[in-house]
Design a protein around this ligand. Structure first.
Ligand SMILES: [Zn+2]
Length: 244
């Protein structure tokens, strides 16, 4: 499992690591592989996974490039970013430039949509809508990641990371203490469903991210097929390239 831990045990370790501030890289990788494994040769699937995980490099964290992760309420910017990556995939298919650049764009947009369910209150809105009279909920796999009334819901927000306010949560020891004292209710710290440590609602964020990943892949594949036929799909996925 890939982690953004320091590569060597020698030298100073970073005080904070990006693995603390976003959906854990293992889940991004698991979900991406689950959705794409049957459609890509392994040698090129790695490029999609790498581009996905690369979005969590520390330089893209801490309030910088929030739309990469649907942070800080940048929902429309996040959606525009996803569209821009789809457009790039399509343009490259038309220009016969399929391959690595397309796979990197796919990895980047999948990262964003996977983060959306971990960083927004979408799961809470869905649970509130489908809560049963006895207080139970449908199982995680029942979640529709693109419910028309929820994806445009006026109360839809994503967690905010304010550097001066929130950096303390990522400092060892001090972070645990600060968390016990006060956490702003709309902060990333309070809202995130980045890992099972956040409780049972993580399963819903995970299930929504899986279904959404499949949806975005099918959308990209259809666009590429329409633009460039089977050759363009082969250039993107590596499958069928060796056939005469
Ligand atoms: Zn992220």
């Amino acid at each position: 499992m890939r982690r953004f831990a320091p590569k060597s045990d020698f030298g100073p370790k970073p005080i904070i690591s990006s693995a603390n501030i976003t959906m854990d890289s293992r889940y991004h990788e698991e979900i991406t592989r689950w959705a794409l494994e049957a459609h890509f040769v392994p040698q090129v699937l790695v490029e999609v996974v790498r581009a996905n995980l690369g979005q969590d490099a520390l330089r893209y964290q801490l309030g910088r490039h929030p739309h990469f992760h649907f942070d800080n309420n940048r929902i429309s910017e996040g959606n525009a970013y996803v569209e821009s990556q789809h457009a790039e995939i399509l343009e490259l298919a038309k220009e016969d430039g399929g391959g690595s650049r397309q796979r990197r764009a796919l990895g980047r947009l999948l990262h964003a949509v996977q983060d959306f369910y971990a960083h927004a209150n979408y799961v809470d809105l869905w649970l509130a809508r489908y809560e049963r009279p006895d207080g139970s909920y449908p199982p995680p796999d029942a979640i529709d990641p693109l419910h028309p009334a929820l994806i445009t819901h006026p109360d839809l927000i994503t967690g905010t990371f304010v550097f001066w306010r929130d950096i303390i949560y990522y400092v060892p020891l001090l972070g645990a203490l600060a968390r016990r004292i006060w956490v702003h209710p709309t902060s990333h710290e309070a809202m995130n469903l980045d890992s099972p440590r956040q409780g049972w609602r993580f399963d819903y964020a995970y299930a929504a991210a899986r279904t959404r990943t499949l949806h975005e892949w099918r959308r990209a594949a259809n666009a590429v097929r329409q633009a460039g036929g089977q050759d363009a799909i082969a250039a993107l996925t590596g499958i069928g390239r060796e056939r005469p």
